[in-house]
Design a protein around this ligand. Structure first.
Ligand code: SF4
Length: 412
Protein backbone atom coordinates (compact mmCIF):
# COMPACT_ATOMS: atom_id res chain seq x y z
CA UNK A 1 0.00 0.00 0.00
CA UNK A 2 1.24 3.50 -0.82
CA UNK A 3 2.56 5.41 2.21
CA UNK A 4 0.31 8.34 1.38
CA UNK A 5 -2.97 6.42 1.70
CA UNK A 6 -4.98 6.49 4.90
CA UNK A 7 -5.09 2.94 6.27
CA UNK A 8 -8.73 1.85 6.10
CA UNK A 9 -10.45 1.17 9.42
CA UNK A 10 -12.65 -1.96 9.27
CA UNK A 11 -15.19 -0.56 11.76
CA UNK A 12 -16.00 2.17 9.22
CA UNK A 13 -18.42 -0.25 7.53
CA UNK A 14 -20.41 -0.56 10.78
CA UNK A 15 -20.40 3.21 11.17
CA UNK A 16 -21.61 3.69 7.60
CA UNK A 17 -24.59 1.38 8.25
CA UNK A 18 -25.34 3.05 11.58
CA UNK A 19 -25.27 6.56 10.17
CA UNK A 20 -27.45 5.38 7.26
CA UNK A 21 -30.01 4.00 9.74
CA UNK A 22 -29.85 7.25 11.72
CA UNK A 23 -30.61 9.44 8.67
CA UNK A 24 -33.29 7.06 7.33
CA UNK A 25 -35.08 7.03 10.68
CA UNK A 26 -35.03 10.84 10.71
CA UNK A 27 -36.31 10.95 7.13
CA UNK A 28 -39.11 8.49 7.89
CA UNK A 29 -40.11 10.44 11.02
CA UNK A 30 -40.10 13.68 9.10
CA UNK A 31 -42.33 12.25 6.34
CA UNK A 32 -44.75 10.25 8.49
CA UNK A 33 -44.79 12.25 11.70
CA UNK A 34 -44.04 9.01 13.63
CA UNK A 35 -41.62 10.93 15.87
CA UNK A 36 -41.03 14.61 16.53
CA UNK A 37 -37.73 15.92 15.19
CA UNK A 38 -35.53 18.38 17.07
CA UNK A 39 -32.60 20.18 15.52
CA UNK A 40 -29.80 20.67 18.02
CA UNK A 41 -26.43 22.40 17.96
CA UNK A 42 -23.52 19.96 18.18
CA UNK A 43 -22.77 20.74 21.82
CA UNK A 44 -26.37 21.49 22.75
CA UNK A 45 -28.62 19.59 25.19
CA UNK A 46 -29.20 16.52 23.00
CA UNK A 47 -29.76 14.31 26.07
CA UNK A 48 -32.85 16.27 27.11
CA UNK A 49 -34.26 16.03 23.58
CA UNK A 50 -33.73 12.28 23.35
CA UNK A 51 -35.24 11.74 26.79
CA UNK A 52 -38.39 13.49 25.53
CA UNK A 53 -38.58 11.09 22.58
CA UNK A 54 -37.33 13.48 19.87
CA UNK A 55 -35.17 12.22 17.05
CA UNK A 56 -32.23 14.62 17.03
CA UNK A 57 -30.67 16.11 13.90
CA UNK A 58 -27.48 18.23 13.96
CA UNK A 59 -27.20 20.89 11.22
CA UNK A 60 -23.44 21.23 11.88
CA UNK A 61 -23.04 17.61 10.83
CA UNK A 62 -24.86 18.54 7.62
CA UNK A 63 -22.53 21.54 7.30
CA UNK A 64 -19.53 19.20 7.53
CA UNK A 65 -21.08 16.95 4.83
CA UNK A 66 -21.55 19.98 2.57
CA UNK A 67 -17.90 20.83 3.15
CA UNK A 68 -16.47 17.36 2.64
CA UNK A 69 -18.49 16.84 -0.56
CA UNK A 70 -17.14 20.24 -1.72
CA UNK A 71 -20.64 21.60 -2.43
CA UNK A 72 -20.12 24.58 -0.14
CA UNK A 73 -18.27 26.84 -2.53
CA UNK A 74 -21.32 26.99 -4.83
CA UNK A 75 -23.83 27.27 -1.97
CA UNK A 76 -22.22 29.95 0.22
CA UNK A 77 -22.90 32.74 -2.34
CA UNK A 78 -26.62 31.82 -2.28
CA UNK A 79 -26.74 32.61 1.45
CA UNK A 80 -24.59 35.72 0.87
CA UNK A 81 -27.21 36.96 -1.57
CA UNK A 82 -29.82 36.50 1.18
CA UNK A 83 -27.84 38.84 3.43
CA UNK A 84 -25.55 36.42 5.30
CA UNK A 85 -21.97 37.67 5.03
CA UNK A 86 -19.13 35.60 3.50
CA UNK A 87 -17.22 36.40 6.72
CA UNK A 88 -19.56 34.51 9.07
CA UNK A 89 -19.63 30.76 9.77
CA UNK A 90 -19.39 28.86 6.48
CA UNK A 91 -21.37 25.95 7.98
CA UNK A 92 -24.22 28.42 8.37
CA UNK A 93 -23.89 29.90 4.90
CA UNK A 94 -23.39 26.47 3.24
CA UNK A 95 -26.41 25.03 5.03
CA UNK A 96 -28.77 27.93 4.37
CA UNK A 97 -27.51 28.03 0.77
CA UNK A 98 -28.29 24.30 0.44
CA UNK A 99 -31.79 24.83 1.82
CA UNK A 100 -32.45 27.67 -0.61
CA UNK A 101 -31.17 25.56 -3.50
CA UNK A 102 -33.21 22.54 -2.32
CA UNK A 103 -30.14 20.29 -2.26
CA UNK A 104 -28.44 18.02 0.25
CA UNK A 105 -25.55 15.52 0.10
CA UNK A 106 -27.82 13.14 2.07
CA UNK A 107 -29.66 12.45 -1.20
CA UNK A 108 -26.51 11.10 -2.85
CA UNK A 109 -25.28 9.24 0.23
CA UNK A 110 -28.63 7.63 1.07
CA UNK A 111 -30.85 7.01 -1.96
CA UNK A 112 -34.49 7.67 -1.16
CA UNK A 113 -33.75 10.67 1.07
CA UNK A 114 -34.60 13.88 -0.76
CA UNK A 115 -34.22 16.57 1.87
CA UNK A 116 -33.07 17.15 5.42
CA UNK A 117 -35.68 16.26 8.09
CA UNK A 118 -38.15 19.01 8.89
CA UNK A 119 -37.78 20.24 12.48
CA UNK A 120 -40.60 20.49 15.02
CA UNK A 121 -38.35 22.53 17.28
CA UNK A 122 -34.88 24.14 17.09
CA UNK A 123 -32.65 24.06 20.17
CA UNK A 124 -29.30 25.87 20.40
CA UNK A 125 -26.57 26.50 22.92
CA UNK A 126 -24.37 29.56 22.38
CA UNK A 127 -21.50 27.94 24.33
CA UNK A 128 -19.64 27.55 21.01
CA UNK A 129 -20.61 30.79 19.21
CA UNK A 130 -23.43 33.20 18.46
CA UNK A 131 -23.68 31.98 14.87
CA UNK A 132 -25.71 28.93 15.89
CA UNK A 133 -28.45 31.15 17.32
CA UNK A 134 -28.59 33.23 14.13
CA UNK A 135 -28.50 30.06 12.02
CA UNK A 136 -31.44 28.48 13.86
CA UNK A 137 -33.21 31.83 13.95
CA UNK A 138 -33.23 31.85 10.15
CA UNK A 139 -34.94 28.45 10.05
CA UNK A 140 -37.39 29.47 12.79
CA UNK A 141 -38.58 32.35 10.61
CA UNK A 142 -38.53 30.30 7.41
CA UNK A 143 -40.30 27.21 8.77
CA UNK A 144 -42.34 28.86 11.52
CA UNK A 145 -41.18 26.51 14.26
CA UNK A 146 -40.18 27.38 17.83
CA UNK A 147 -36.53 28.21 18.43
CA UNK A 148 -35.30 28.03 22.03
CA UNK A 149 -31.93 27.71 23.65
CA UNK A 150 -29.29 28.40 26.20
CA UNK A 151 -27.33 31.65 26.28
CA UNK A 152 -24.04 30.51 27.66
CA UNK A 153 -21.16 32.42 29.22
CA UNK A 154 -17.95 32.44 27.13
CA UNK A 155 -14.25 32.73 28.03
CA UNK A 156 -15.08 30.95 31.28
CA UNK A 157 -12.16 31.04 33.74
CA UNK A 158 -13.41 28.45 36.23
CA UNK A 159 -16.46 26.24 35.83
CA UNK A 160 -17.83 27.03 39.25
CA UNK A 161 -21.22 26.65 40.90
CA UNK A 162 -22.56 30.03 39.71
CA UNK A 163 -22.37 29.53 35.94
CA UNK A 164 -23.28 25.84 36.31
CA UNK A 165 -26.49 26.74 38.22
CA UNK A 166 -27.30 29.43 35.65
CA UNK A 167 -26.97 27.05 32.69
CA UNK A 168 -28.71 24.20 34.55
CA UNK A 169 -31.71 26.50 35.19
CA UNK A 170 -31.70 27.50 31.52
CA UNK A 171 -31.77 23.84 30.46
CA UNK A 172 -34.64 23.17 32.88
CA UNK A 173 -36.48 26.20 31.50
CA UNK A 174 -36.53 24.54 28.04
CA UNK A 175 -38.63 21.66 29.38
CA UNK A 176 -42.16 23.16 29.24
CA UNK A 177 -41.84 24.19 25.56
CA UNK A 178 -40.23 20.88 24.65
CA UNK A 179 -42.95 18.94 26.49
CA UNK A 180 -45.58 20.89 24.59
CA UNK A 181 -43.96 20.18 21.21
CA UNK A 182 -43.27 16.53 22.10
CA UNK A 183 -46.79 16.04 23.48
CA UNK A 184 -45.39 14.18 26.47
CA UNK A 185 -44.03 14.83 29.96
CA UNK A 186 -40.35 14.51 30.76
CA UNK A 187 -39.56 11.21 32.49
CA UNK A 188 -36.64 12.08 34.77
CA UNK A 189 -35.47 8.45 34.88
CA UNK A 190 -35.23 8.41 31.09
CA UNK A 191 -33.18 11.60 31.24
CA UNK A 192 -30.85 10.06 33.84
CA UNK A 193 -30.42 7.00 31.64
CA UNK A 194 -29.72 9.11 28.52
CA UNK A 195 -27.15 11.25 30.33
CA UNK A 196 -25.49 8.07 31.64
CA UNK A 197 -25.38 6.68 28.06
CA UNK A 198 -23.81 9.93 26.82
CA UNK A 199 -21.19 9.64 29.54
CA UNK A 200 -20.32 6.10 28.48
CA UNK A 201 -20.16 7.19 24.84
CA UNK A 202 -17.81 10.04 25.80
CA UNK A 203 -15.59 7.73 27.83
CA UNK A 204 -15.31 5.22 24.99
CA UNK A 205 -14.65 7.92 22.39
CA UNK A 206 -11.99 9.36 24.72
CA UNK A 207 -10.39 5.91 24.97
CA UNK A 208 -10.35 5.57 21.18
CA UNK A 209 -8.60 8.93 20.82
CA UNK A 210 -6.17 8.07 23.63
CA UNK A 211 -4.85 5.07 21.67
CA UNK A 212 -3.04 7.59 19.44
CA UNK A 213 -0.67 8.30 22.35
CA UNK A 214 0.94 5.00 21.37
CA UNK A 215 3.95 5.02 18.99
CA UNK A 216 3.23 4.48 16.19
CA UNK A 217 -0.26 5.93 16.43
CA UNK A 218 -3.00 3.52 15.26
CA UNK A 219 -5.21 6.39 14.06
CA UNK A 220 -4.86 10.03 13.10
CA UNK A 221 -6.84 13.24 13.36
CA UNK A 222 -8.17 12.59 9.86
CA UNK A 223 -9.66 9.26 10.96
CA UNK A 224 -11.02 10.98 14.05
CA UNK A 225 -12.96 13.55 12.03
CA UNK A 226 -14.84 10.70 10.33
CA UNK A 227 -15.29 8.40 13.31
CA UNK A 228 -16.55 11.13 15.63
CA UNK A 229 -19.90 10.98 13.77
CA UNK A 230 -21.65 8.77 16.36
CA UNK A 231 -20.23 10.81 19.29
CA UNK A 232 -21.89 13.89 17.79
CA UNK A 233 -25.11 12.46 16.34
CA UNK A 234 -25.82 9.39 18.47
CA UNK A 235 -24.52 10.17 21.95
CA UNK A 236 -27.13 9.10 24.47
CA UNK A 237 -27.98 5.94 22.51
CA UNK A 238 -26.85 2.30 22.99
CA UNK A 239 -25.82 2.11 19.29
CA UNK A 240 -23.03 4.63 19.85
CA UNK A 241 -21.60 2.51 22.67
CA UNK A 242 -21.63 -0.65 20.56
CA UNK A 243 -19.84 1.21 17.79
CA UNK A 244 -17.07 2.66 19.95
CA UNK A 245 -16.46 -0.72 21.62
CA UNK A 246 -15.87 -2.18 18.15
CA UNK A 247 -13.61 0.71 17.08
CA UNK A 248 -11.65 0.60 20.35
CA UNK A 249 -11.07 -3.14 19.96
CA UNK A 250 -9.74 -2.56 16.44
CA UNK A 251 -7.38 0.20 17.62
CA UNK A 252 -6.09 -2.00 20.47
CA UNK A 253 -5.53 -4.80 18.00
CA UNK A 254 -3.55 -2.40 15.79
CA UNK A 255 -1.38 -1.48 18.77
CA UNK A 256 -0.83 -5.13 19.68
CA UNK A 257 0.22 -5.89 16.10
CA UNK A 258 2.30 -2.72 15.68
CA UNK A 259 0.05 -1.42 12.89
CA UNK A 260 0.68 2.27 12.21
CA UNK A 261 -1.84 4.69 10.73
CA UNK A 262 1.11 6.40 9.00
CA UNK A 263 3.80 4.03 7.72
CA UNK A 264 7.21 4.51 9.36
CA UNK A 265 5.94 7.39 11.52
CA UNK A 266 8.78 9.79 12.28
CA UNK A 267 7.00 12.95 13.51
CA UNK A 268 3.86 13.57 15.53
CA UNK A 269 1.75 16.72 15.27
CA UNK A 270 -1.24 18.25 17.06
CA UNK A 271 -4.04 19.86 15.01
CA UNK A 272 -5.61 22.89 16.67
CA UNK A 273 -8.76 24.22 15.03
CA UNK A 274 -11.37 23.08 12.54
CA UNK A 275 -10.65 20.53 9.81
CA UNK A 276 -10.68 21.77 6.22
CA UNK A 277 -13.54 19.44 5.29
CA UNK A 278 -13.05 19.69 1.53
CA UNK A 279 -9.36 18.78 1.87
CA UNK A 280 -9.40 15.90 4.39
CA UNK A 281 -8.01 13.35 1.96
CA UNK A 282 -5.39 15.74 0.54
CA UNK A 283 -4.23 16.78 4.00
CA UNK A 284 -4.13 13.20 5.22
CA UNK A 285 -2.00 12.26 2.21
CA UNK A 286 0.22 15.34 2.55
CA UNK A 287 1.17 14.45 6.13
CA UNK A 288 1.48 10.73 5.41
CA UNK A 289 3.85 11.51 2.52
CA UNK A 290 6.03 13.31 5.11
CA UNK A 291 5.80 10.27 7.45
CA UNK A 292 4.11 12.58 9.90
CA UNK A 293 1.14 11.50 12.00
CA UNK A 294 -1.32 14.12 13.19
CA UNK A 295 -2.04 12.24 16.40
CA UNK A 296 -4.39 14.47 18.38
CA UNK A 297 -6.64 17.51 18.10
CA UNK A 298 -8.82 19.77 20.17
CA UNK A 299 -11.62 19.33 17.65
CA UNK A 300 -12.10 15.55 17.95
CA UNK A 301 -11.61 15.71 21.72
CA UNK A 302 -14.42 18.23 22.08
CA UNK A 303 -16.97 15.40 22.26
CA UNK A 304 -15.32 13.89 25.34
CA UNK A 305 -17.57 15.17 28.14
CA UNK A 306 -16.21 14.09 31.50
CA UNK A 307 -18.87 15.71 33.64
CA UNK A 308 -22.05 13.85 32.55
CA UNK A 309 -23.57 12.14 35.57
CA UNK A 310 -26.94 10.37 35.39
CA UNK A 311 -27.45 10.98 39.12
CA UNK A 312 -27.49 14.76 38.60
CA UNK A 313 -28.65 15.23 35.00
CA UNK A 314 -29.34 18.97 34.69
CA UNK A 315 -26.31 20.21 36.63
CA UNK A 316 -23.97 17.67 35.07
CA UNK A 317 -25.15 18.59 31.55
CA UNK A 318 -24.56 22.24 32.39
CA UNK A 319 -21.08 21.45 33.70
CA UNK A 320 -20.22 19.27 30.68
CA UNK A 321 -21.33 21.94 28.21
CA UNK A 322 -19.39 24.64 30.10
CA UNK A 323 -16.16 22.69 30.51
CA UNK A 324 -15.59 22.57 26.76
CA UNK A 325 -12.34 24.00 25.41
CA UNK A 326 -14.17 26.44 23.12
CA UNK A 327 -16.02 27.99 26.08
CA UNK A 328 -12.87 28.60 28.14
CA UNK A 329 -10.42 31.45 28.66
CA UNK A 330 -6.94 31.63 27.13
CA UNK A 331 -5.12 30.50 30.30
CA UNK A 332 -7.18 27.29 30.40
CA UNK A 333 -6.55 26.70 26.69
CA UNK A 334 -2.81 27.04 27.21
CA UNK A 335 -2.83 24.53 30.08
CA UNK A 336 -5.01 22.13 28.11
CA UNK A 337 -2.76 22.25 25.05
CA UNK A 338 0.37 21.77 27.14
CA UNK A 339 -1.20 18.69 28.70
CA UNK A 340 -2.10 17.31 25.26
CA UNK A 341 1.43 17.99 23.93
CA UNK A 342 2.87 15.97 26.79
CA UNK A 343 0.30 13.18 26.71
CA UNK A 344 0.62 12.54 22.98
CA UNK A 345 4.38 13.19 22.66
CA UNK A 346 3.86 15.91 20.06
CA UNK A 347 6.78 17.39 18.05
CA UNK A 348 4.86 20.37 16.68
CA UNK A 349 1.46 22.10 16.63
CA UNK A 350 -0.45 23.13 13.56
CA UNK A 351 -3.00 25.92 14.03
CA UNK A 352 -5.70 26.19 11.42
CA UNK A 353 -6.76 29.82 11.16
CA UNK A 354 -10.25 29.31 9.75
CA UNK A 355 -11.42 32.50 8.08
CA UNK A 356 -15.09 32.13 9.03
CA UNK A 357 -14.71 30.59 12.49
CA UNK A 358 -12.86 32.85 14.92
CA UNK A 359 -14.29 30.71 17.73
CA UNK A 360 -12.22 27.71 16.71
CA UNK A 361 -9.12 29.64 15.57
CA UNK A 362 -6.82 29.94 18.55
CA UNK A 363 -3.83 31.58 16.91
CA UNK A 364 -5.18 35.14 17.01
CA UNK A 365 -4.37 36.30 20.55
CA UNK A 366 -0.74 35.22 21.00
CA UNK A 367 -1.47 31.71 22.25
CA UNK A 368 1.01 29.94 19.90
CA UNK A 369 3.82 32.23 21.03
CA UNK A 370 3.02 31.82 24.74
CA UNK A 371 2.71 28.05 24.41
CA UNK A 372 5.97 27.74 22.48
CA UNK A 373 7.77 29.84 25.13
CA UNK A 374 6.37 27.55 27.81
CA UNK A 375 6.93 24.17 26.10
CA UNK A 376 9.57 24.74 23.41
CA UNK A 377 7.30 22.97 20.91
CA UNK A 378 7.24 24.83 17.55
CA UNK A 379 4.08 25.67 15.70
CA UNK A 380 2.82 26.51 12.23
CA UNK A 381 -0.28 28.51 11.31
CA UNK A 382 -2.09 27.58 8.11
CA UNK A 383 -4.76 29.90 6.73
CA UNK A 384 -7.89 28.30 5.40
CA UNK A 385 -11.47 27.59 6.26
CA UNK A 386 -13.72 24.75 7.34
CA UNK A 387 -15.97 24.91 4.26
CA UNK A 388 -15.12 27.91 2.10
CA UNK A 389 -12.42 26.58 -0.20
CA UNK A 390 -11.93 30.04 -1.69
CA UNK A 391 -9.97 30.78 1.51
CA UNK A 392 -7.70 27.76 1.05
CA UNK A 393 -4.43 27.82 -0.89
CA UNK A 394 -3.34 24.22 -1.48
CA UNK A 395 0.09 25.20 -2.76
CA UNK A 396 0.79 27.49 0.19
CA UNK A 397 -0.34 24.81 2.63
CA UNK A 398 1.88 22.18 1.03
CA UNK A 399 4.95 24.46 0.99
CA UNK A 400 4.42 25.53 4.59
CA UNK A 401 3.84 22.01 5.89
CA UNK A 402 6.88 20.61 4.08
CA UNK A 403 9.08 23.43 5.43
CA UNK A 404 7.70 22.89 8.94
CA UNK A 405 8.43 19.15 8.79
CA UNK A 406 11.97 19.91 7.64
CA UNK A 407 12.40 22.34 10.54
CA UNK A 408 11.16 19.72 13.02
CA UNK A 409 13.44 17.05 11.60
CA UNK A 410 16.45 19.34 11.94
CA UNK A 411 15.63 19.76 15.64
CA UNK A 412 15.24 16.01 16.20
S1 SF4 B 1 -18.10 27.19 16.24
FE1 SF4 B 1 -17.42 28.00 14.26
S2 SF4 B 1 -17.87 26.38 12.77
FE2 SF4 B 1 -19.04 25.93 14.63
S3 SF4 B 1 -21.05 26.82 14.26
FE3 SF4 B 1 -19.83 28.36 15.38
S4 SF4 B 1 -18.85 29.65 13.82
FE4 SF4 B 1 -19.63 27.78 12.83
Amino acid sequence: MSETRRKPIAAAATMGRMMGDYFRELDEASRSGSHKVAWCTSVGPAELLRALGFLVYFPENHGAMLGSTRCSTDLIPVANAAGYSPDICSYLTSDIGAYLQRTTPLARAYPGIERVPRPDVLVYNTNQCRDVQDWFGWYARELKVPCIGITSPRSVIDVEAGPVEDVARQIEALVPTLEQVAGTRLDIDRLRETVALSRQCSDLWGEVLATAAHRPAPLTFFDGTIHMGPAVCLRGTPQALAYYRELLAEMRQRIARGVAAVERERLRLYWEGMPVWGRLRQHSELFASQRTAVVASTYCSSWVFKAFDGADPFRSMARAYLQLFIVRDEAYKERYLQEMIERFGVDGILYHDAKTCPNNSNNRYGLPQRLQARTGVPSLVISGDLNDLRCVSDEQTRINVEAFVEQLLERA
